[in-house]
Design a protein around this ligand. Structure first.
Ligand code: ZN
Length: 86
């Protein structure tokens, strides 16, 4: 029994090295995948945030202009006169 541990066969050493090498390669591969994914995700998040900023209309209350009927933000001028806030 003790012989198995004190004198491992060459095949076992080679197998152990192969397994360790495979695990090392897998970790390298996984870390690369994670890095790529993180970069892509942060880029996507940046792009989405930028797009949202660009497309989102500011939430403003509008009121109908008494002169032309257009809806203008409260406090904005339309038809050359300032709309009432009330
Ligand atoms: Zn108007």
């Amino acid at each position: 029994m003790s012989v198995m541990f004190t004198m491992p066969s060459l095949q076992k050493i080679v197998l152990l090295i192969a397994v360790l090498f495979a695990i090392w390669q897998a970790f390298k591969w996984l870390s690369r995948i994670n890095r790529v994914r993180a970069t892509a995700e942060s880029a996507h998040r940046r792009a989405t945030a930028t797009a949202r900023r660009q497309t989102a209309t500011p939430i403003e209350e509008t009121r109908k202009c008494g002169s032309c009927g257009a809806y203008v933000p409260i406090g904005a001028s339309c038809c050359g006169k300032l709309q009432n806030r009330a």
